[in-house]
Design a protein around this ligand. Structure first.
Ligand SMILES: NC(=O)c1ccc[n+]([C@@H]2O[C@H](COP(=O)([O-])OP(=O)(O)OC[C@H]3O[C@@H](n4cnc5c(N)ncnc54)[C@H](OP(=O)(O)O)[C@@H]3O)[C@@H](O)[C@H]2O)c1
Length: 281
């Protein structure tokens, strides 16, 4: 049995991964808004009846609540084997339209909360020779129009975690990045939204941004079931070694292949053309 701390466990990849890990006999510690009461209800009676699911309340956009939750977890559960930095939000819109405060929130949740949790749990992970699994995205290795805020937060996460893997070489702690393409979760609904300036009709990008929003909604409705990502997260908890990074989903694998194959300028031009066609209003 491993003790696993997980963020973003109240929906999508994180909720289903938690259910499957509990069914395998692991102990799960969720960091979630709404704490235990909300998580137990979401997990359902079977998972909560195991008695191996604990939850600590924190808003990942609020540094203090994250640090308080992490320290409380360690005080009450000194052994931690796995940290899964899974929570994330997606702020959409053109780079010109990004409001700095909204961008800061994007980075707090997708990047700084993962850094904070990583640093607080590392001493325990060193002792257990554990691992850190961070959920990035295809957007952590490829940049798209309208995705500047989200991509930059995932690029930051990628660089930090890759550097950490180098820094921790020989320590027994493994660090890996999961990079999904598009999958059908709650992400498109609650946690993926257009920033306020993007919704302002006076923005020079307003018409294309509206078309982009329609395109994203259609794309997400037809996106595949998240099972592939969930299976990978569960495997990464159990398998002896984890890779530096892994693209998951045919769209992500195809883009990763193009990135390796094509000159940067050509890939840029093709991306530009594709998005122009998709967002023609
Ligand atoms: N779905 C995709 O197509 C896709 C593709 C590539 C990468 N990803 C990445 O996969 C990860 C999981 O996303 P998902 O698809 O499973 O989306 P999701 O269903 O929207 O889940 C996001 C999770 O993050 C949590 N979260 C968001 N803001 C938070 C905050 N301020 N404090 C605490 N928790 C917060 C949410 O909690 P609440 O329930 O409280 O909102 C939820 O549990 C994210 O890092 C995302 O960037 C997703």
């Amino acid at each position: 049995m491993k003790t696993i701390v997980i963020t973003g466990c109240t929906s999508g990849f994180g909720l289903e991964t938690s259910r499957r890990l509990l069914a395998q006999g692991h102990q799960l510690i969720g960091i979630a808004r709404g704490g235990k009461a909300r998580w137990m209800e979401l997990l359902g009676p079977e998972a909560s009846a195991t008695g191996r699911a604990l939850a600590y309340d924190a808003d990942l956009a609020e540094a203090k609540t994250v640090e308080d939750a992490a320290r409380k977890i360690l005080a009450e559960n000194p052994t931690v084997d796995v940290l899964i930095n899974n929570a994330g939000i997606g702020l959409m819109g053109t780079a010109e339209d990004q409001d700095p405060e909204e961008l800061r929130r994007q980075f707090e949740i997708n990047f700084f909360s993962a850094v904070r949790l990583t640093q607080i749990f590392l001493p325990a992970l060193r002792k257990s020779r554990g691992r850190i699994i961070s959920v990035s995205s295809i957007c952590g290795i490829a940049t798209f129009p309208f995705y500047g805020a989200y991509c930059s937060s995932k690029y930051a996460l990628e660089s930090y975690m890759e550097a950490l893997r180098h820094d921790l070489a020989g320590s027994g702690v493994q660090v890996g990045l999961i990079e999904p393409g598009t999958f059908r979760t709650e992400f498109a609904g609650r946690n993926f939204w257009l920033g306020k300036r993007s919704r302002d009709p006076s923005s020079p990008h307003f018409a294309r941004t509206q078309a982009f929003e329609g395109f994203v909604t259609r794309k997400r409705l037809s996106a595949p079931d998240p099972d592939w990502v969930v299976r990978t997260m569960v495997n990464w908890v159990n398998q002896p070694k984890i890779p530096v990074r892994l693209l998951i989903g045919w769209d992500a694998k195809f883009l990763g292949f193009l990135k390796k194959l094509l000159p940067t300028q050509l890939l840029f031009d093709l991306t530009q053309k594709g998005f122009r066609a998709m967002t023609r209003s």
